[in-house]
Design a binder for this molecule. Structure first.
Ligand code: HEC
Ligand code: HEC
Ligand code: HEC
Ligand code: HEC
Ligand code: HEC
Length: 369
């Protein structure tokens, strides 16, 4: 790190998120489209870069402190927001590491809208997550749930409808050499993944990590017909993460939606919510005889593709708990689409709100009491 602030090493960073028109709608969720990052991730600008004067033009600068102790970050170069986007947001992630006494200063992640952009809606209440989790420090304490002044939890800037699990992209040699724990080896057996087989990673499950789909799925745990299975390729830092919902029991009433939600946020899904991406597929087949290999699964994460398998947004909110065959059949008769190609998806065809919305006969806020 160049020019660290006195007394510190390491520094937090800013996440720059926005919504750009996709699949014919200007979404009410982040998608961070066309910013050069894979898997719908926002751009990340570290304070370390802003302090490095060699990067002033390409990354930005940090000035201050002013008389009140505030610093001003100026974002420059390829980091500036594109002109044609909505929901522009800056979030803080990571933390300072103090030299003496040596300690990581974990910090609540603040989220702020840029300028007069309409704020992203606020759906869940971090203090309610805290009733069970006490303090939620995601990703090793880099992303901590706290309510920013806009009421938005930091997770949604990345856990947006475009993010899917990346386990399918792990190369054969890496997977074969990885030393899983005994418990993880049991999961692999249950999932039917033989880690030394050719193209083994392609037999990993692939699911959405969109916040509603992932958090509903994790907490519905073993109550689901097919519990959520998460396999993540974090091999760039030597890690493969596996989570099996079959091992999770929710220590509350799952139909008490307000154990997480703010009142009035879960009767329906707003217009212009994006399709949930579930399985990424860019059509590439670069293996022998035109077959698919893990590297193809990896490139599929680079951008949304017409061949991706998606689920329509209202249905995604419900099927992430109600995943039995009868419930799915009901949703399908009402225009819900589960795991269809993006090219064939029609979010406007969902009739759910006719019956499942505030004041309607099957209002989720009423039926879940
Ligand atoms: C009634 C208690 C309860 C509430 C409320 C709750 N959780 Fe959980 N959560 C759990 C339990 C239990 C687990 C499973 C822990 C395990 O088995 O490792 C879990 C697991 C998780 C996991 C997966 C962690 C991992 O890596 O395996 C995440 C993420 C999570 N919760 C986030 C949240 C968020 C965000 C909220 C609020 C919107 C929330 N939880 C509210 C009890 C709760
Ligand atoms: C800067 C972006 C970012 C932020 C902010 C973020 N995540 Fe993640 N998260 C990711 C990515 C990327 C993945 C991995 C997706 C993949 O490759 O499979 C992930 C994966 C996860 C997983 C699956 C387990 C794993 O390690 O793969 C859980 C659970 C999770 N995040 C919870 C949270 C929670 C809760 C928050 C908010 C406190 C949060 N994340 C904030 C980017 C982020
Ligand atoms: C363990 C925590 C948790 C519980 C319990 C929970 N939800 Fe959610 N729900 C979430 C999270 C997290 C989101 C995504 C929030 C966001 O996008 O800001 C969400 C999103 C939703 C959405 C979409 C809202 C929107 O604005 O896009 C609906 C609808 C929904 N939930 C319905 C329900 C219903 C119905 C119940 C009760 C049967 C329920 N949820 C219980 C965590 C939970
Ligand atoms: C967090 C998990 C969760 C989510 C999300 C969720 N439900 Fe439920 N729902 C339940 C549980 C648990 C019950 C209680 C009955 C049961 O055990 O199936 C229930 C019951 C119901 C019932 C009453 C009929 C019955 O089967 O008992 C309806 C109708 C219903 N849900 C509709 C919805 C709709 C519509 C959505 C999406 C907006 C939704 N649910 C989202 C967990 C959930
Ligand atoms: C014409 C009215 C109507 C429409 C439209 C409708 N539903 Fe339902 N839905 C119902 C009724 C009635 C029930 C059963 C309620 C009960 O058993 O208490 C139900 C039950 C459900 C359940 C609970 C299933 C279970 O496991 O018991 C879910 C989930 C659900 N609907 C989701 C959806 C989704 C998603 C859509 C849109 C794709 C949709 N519904 C459209 C009337 C409707």
């Amino acid at each position: 790190m160049k020019n660290p602030l006195a007394g510190f090493t390491g520094a937090p960073g800013f996440l720059l998120a926005y919504a750009k028109t996709q699949d014919g709608v200007t979404p009410v969720d982040y998608n961070n489209l066309d910013n050069g990052s894979a898997n719908a991730q926002p751009k990340s600008v570290s304070i370390a870069d802003l302090l490095d004067t060699a990067k002033a033009a390409s990354s930005g600068t940090l000035a201050g402190p002013d008389a009140n102790g505030y610093y001003t970050a100026t974002i420059k170069g390829t980091n500036v927001f594109p002109a044609d986007v909505k929901l522009r947001t800056v979030a803080l992630q990571g933390y300072f590491t103090q030299i003496s006494p040596a300690a990581g200063r974990h910090t609540l992640s603040v989220v702020k809208m840029v300028g007069s952009d309409t704020a992203r809606r606020s759906v869940v209440e971090p203090n309610k997550c805290g009733n069970c989790h006490e303090v939620f420090e995601g990703h090793g304490g880099n992303r901590n749930i706290g309510l920013g002044s806009e009421g938005i939890v930091v997770c949604v800037v990345c856990h947006n409808p475009g993010i899917v699990t990346s386990g399918r992209g792990i190369a054969d040699a890496t997977l074969a050499a990885y030393s899983f724990t005994a418990a993880e080896n049991t999961l692999l057996l249950n999932w039917g993944v033989t880690k030394a087989a050719p193209n083994a990673a392609l037999s990993f499950p692939q699911v959405s990590n969109n916040f509603k789909d992932m958090i509903h799925g994790l907490h519905a745990g073993k109550d689901r017909t097919n519990p959520i299975r998460i396999a993540r390729d974090a091999t760039s830092r030597g890690v493969i993460n596996l989570i099996d919902g079959a091992n999770i029991g929710f220590p509350g009433n799952l139909n008490n939606c307000e154990s997480c939600h703010k009142a009035g946020t879960y009767s329906s899904v707003p217009a212009n919510t994006l399709l949930t991406s579930v399985e990424a597929d860019d059509g590439a087949r670069t293996g022998a005889g035109g077959s698919r290999i893990p590297a193809d699964a990896k490139t599929s994460l680079n951008q949304p593709n017409l061949a991706d398998k998606v689920t329509t947004p209202f249905t995604a909110a419900c099927v992430s708990c109600h995943d039995g065959a009868v419930a799915k059949a009901h949703m399908a008769t009402q225009g819900g689409q589960i795991l269809v190609a993006r090219s064939a998806a029609n979010a406007a065809g969902e009739a759910c709100a006719v019956c499942h919305a505030a004041g309607k006969p099957e209002d989720p806020a009423v039926v879940h009491k």
